[in-house]
Design a protein around this ligand. Structure first.
Ligand SMILES: Nc1ncnc2c1ncn2[C@@H]1O[C@H](COP(=O)(O)OP(=O)(O)OP(=O)(O)O)[C@@H](O)[C@H]1O
Ligand SMILES: [Mg+2]
Length: 140
């Protein structure tokens, strides 16, 4: 399953959700899990590896059962074979709507999760963003 976590407001819990989903999925130890960090802040990458990545497409394998890839340039997402070894791919993206739309278009997720917090900003513009996503997916 491919799960993309996106939100146009910062600090709402995207990374927290992404790392927990990856951790929970890895817990049974059977499936191969990729956590793809598409945020230049590299918070997901640093959470699992305790290291700061030095270059784009840096991969750390077997971090508590999770392979973690820092792909802040959003490279090779539409190449289906590139990540075909994984049973589950969880993608943590930054707040730029254009970046989220690119990732969603190219990786074709099964699920898109959009966390919201108590602040109005996390729901402001949400209808427009959802509409853009729906159009990109050809599903109005
Ligand atoms: N469900 C939650 N309940 C309470 N606090 C939370 C929850 N999820 C995340 N937080 C806290 O909110 C803060 C922001 O979380 P996080 O870094 O996951 O957000 P983010 O959306 O990834 O931020 P950014 O836009 O900077 O990437 C952190 O301090 C985190 O511990
Ligand atoms: Mg984050």
């Amino acid at each position: 399953m491919k799960i993309v976590i996106a939100q146009h407001k910062g600090g709402v819990g995207k990374t927290t959700l992404a790392v927990h989903i990856a951790g929970v999925l890895a817990d049974n130890g059977l499936d191969k899990i990729l956590l793809m960090d598409c945020d230049s802040q590299s918070d997901s990458f640093r959470f699992f590896t305790k290291q700061i990545p030095s270059k784009s497409m840096e991969l750390k394998e077997g971090m508590d059962g999770v392979d973690v890839l820092w792909n802040y340039k959003r490279e090779k997402l539409s190449n289906k074979n590139r990540f075909s070894e994984y049973d589950h791919i969880i993608v943590d993206i930054d707040t730029r709507v254009q970046n989220a739309l690119q990732v969603i278009t190219e990786i074709e997720p099964d699920i898109i999760l959009i966390p919201v917090d108590k602040q109005y900003l996390s729901v402001e513009h949400l209808p427009e963003v959802l509409s853009l996503i729906a159009r990109k997916r050809g599903n109005n």
